[in-house]
Design a protein around this ligand. Structure first.
Ligand SMILES: *[C@@H]1O[C@H](CO)[C@@H](O)[C@H](O)[C@H]1NC(C)=O
Ligand SMILES: *[C@@H]1O[C@H](CO)[C@@H](O)[C@H](O)[C@H]1NC(C)=O
Ligand SMILES: *[C@@H]1O[C@H](CO)[C@@H](O)[C@H](O)[C@H]1NC(C)=O
Ligand SMILES: *[C@@H]1O[C@H](CO)[C@@H](O)[C@H](O)[C@H]1NC(C)=O
Ligand SMILES: *[C@@H]1O[C@H](CO)[C@@H](O)[C@H](O)[C@H]1NC(C)=O
Length: 468
């Protein structure tokens, strides 16, 4: 410890506050963690996490039940640093649907820090145990009791995503929909908290900043996701899906509600009440599992920086019967990062709107090689992708030129398995929909020889006779 460390922290805070407004980006948060570790190199990860928890005011009896007192006994944190931590970690939704306590990560997704740091602390704390006590309750199912009691139908359990004011220097995050039980950022942070909590349990000598950096700052190489490490944020849903089953999630929610009741001094639920609760919990978990463990992650328009739709959209009449596969041809290179994929989306939209004179980017969804799909016209608006067939199917395009080579396995998997089962489950595609290459219905080489030969082996691939 000592003066040098304090000086470093002060210097950092001055830089943070005076020379640029502190942004709510994961990279910025990791810098704060590094400074805390530098300030006293004797601090282990649990002590650092306790200090974070103390600064963020995360000291409810529910949290203390699993993690103990937040007071680390260490030296006081610098006031400026405490203020930043409180804002970055303490989760709340304020008026105007502003969500606080969330940060933008380098892969373009937004994460609530509270469930993340609580999950990691539990993992480090219970390293010698068989399982991490309270892992799901601290990360995903912490404040459910009221919501579950008051919402009687699953349709009230919306999970809204949101938009940043500026993705280069993110300050304000606004939800796209009314907040409800859990926001998308809380679910992302909760899933990461579970995945990294399990990792902290087995790699307990790791520094917190190293754990976060490995997970959130992975640089994709030309081999794309196919040979990247398993534990990176781009694989959040796959990793989470590998750890849990729906029955386990149902049990954890019930456990959480029972614990909240008992900590509040309420008696146990009677049989009838518990039965009613189970109906709601099962419906809620069914929706959760569909949305986060069957559907692929999709980067919303506001995050990639889309221009508004021009004119009046035509609504699709759902469910549709076709999915048409495209390649973009230009851009010809697969995109490997959020920045590159977003720039590609913007340039395609500009080309379609300005040069072609269309209302919007033509495709319904676009697959990057960065682990994400990107929202084009989306599920409800008719696209401009497959001449004469736009009202019948979704147009899905892979960024790149696939005449001679294939997109990453990972991106093909997202479209072939995740996107189609997601669309069927939501009643957007009929369960026996037909998948075709663009060239099957229009005189074009799209989606490229290599990709076209590949999709011939996909489930749902079909040939059908059209009347021209
Ligand atoms: C948590 O901390 C806040 C602010 O430091 C304090 O007002 C509150 O009483 C604490 N709650 C518990 C349960 O310790
Ligand atoms: C976002 O913030 C950066 C850095 O402060 C700034 O240079 C840029 O102009 C901002 N972008 C927009 C769209 O406001
Ligand atoms: C992609 O998947 C195929 C079949 O599933 C497999 O043969 C191939 O090795 C995989 N390629 C990479 C780069 O993972
Ligand atoms: C299209 O759908 C939107 C919302 O889903 C709705 O507000 C709008 O009225 C619909 N337009 C038509 C022409 O039906
Ligand atoms: C398809 O397009 C190619 C090249 O643009 C052209 O040579 C060919 O005649 C077209 N075929 C049909 C059936 O229109």
């Amino acid at each position: 410890g000592g003066g040098g460390g304090t000086y470093l922290v002060l210097l950092f805070v001055v830089i943070l506050i005076e020379h640029s407004s502190p942004s709510f980006h994961m990279d910025e948060f990791i810098k704060v963690v590094e400074e805390m570790e530098k300030e006293d190199s004797g601090l282990g990860p649990v002590a650092v996490l306790k200090r974070l928890r103390q600064a963020a005011g995360l000291n409810s009896t529910f949290i203390q039940y699993f993690l103990g007192d937040a007071n680390s006994g260490g030296p006081e944190l610098d006031a400026g640093l405490s203020v930043y931590i409180e804002k970055a970690v303490h989760h709340r939704v304020t008026s105007g649907a502003k969500e606080e306590g969330v940060v933008l990560t380098s892969d373009g997704t937004t994460v609530a820090l509270m469930p993340l740091v609580l999950g990691i602390e539990a993992g480090f704390l219970y390293k010698s145990r068989k399982s991490v006590r309270g892992l799901y309750l601290l990360t995903l199912f912490k404040d459910l009791d009221l919501s579950f009691r008051h919402s009687s139908t699953a349709t009230q359990l919306l999970w809204p995503d949101g938009c940043w004011d500026n993705v280069t220097s993110p300050q304000v995050f606004t939800l796209l929909d009314n907040p409800s039980l859990l926001t998308a950022a809380q679910v992302n942070g909760g899933m990461d908290g579970v995945v990294l909590g399990m990792e902290a349990k087995v790699r307990h000598s790791l520094k917190l900043s190293s754990l976060l950096m490995e997970y959130y700052c992975h640089q994709m190489e030309s081999n794309r996701l196919d040979t990247a490490p398993l534990l990176i944020s781009q694989r959040r849903r796959e990793n989470f899906k590998g750890l849990v089953s729906p029955p386990k999630l149902i049990r954890e929610v019930v456990k959480s509600i029972e614990l909240q009741r008992s900590l509040a001094g309420h008696s146990k639920m009677d049989k009838k009440k518990k039965k009613q609760l189970m109906v709601v919990v099962k419906a809620g978990i069914r929706e959760f599992v569909h949305k986060y463990m069957a559907c692929p992650p999709i980067i919303p328009r506001c995050i990639w920086g889309a221009q508004p739709y021009k004119g009046t959209p035509t609504n699709l009449s759902l469910p549709l019967s076709f999915m048409y596969i495209h390649h973009t041809y230009i851009p010809s290179k697969p995109c490997l990062t959020f920045q590159q994929c977003s720039a590609d989306m913007r340039s395609m939209q500009r080309f379609h709107q300005e040069d072609r004179g269309w209302d919007d980017i033509g495709y319904s969804f676009v697959a990057g090689s960065d682990g994400y799909l990107y929202e084009g016209r989306g599920w409800h608006r008719q696209g401009a992708h497959t001449l004469g067939h736009n009202s019948k199917g979704y147009g899905i395009s892979f960024i790149g030129d696939y005449m001679a080579s294939l997109p990453s396995n990972h991106s093909m998997w997202l479209v072939r398995d995740w996107l189609s089962s997601c669309a069927i489950g939501d009643g957007r595609l009929v369960s026996n929909f037909i998948l075709q290459g663009h060239r099957q219905v229009v005189n074009t080489s799209c989606p490229g020889d290599a990709l076209y030969n590949e999709i011939k082996n996909w489930e749902h691939f079909g040939v059908c006779v059209y009347e021209y």
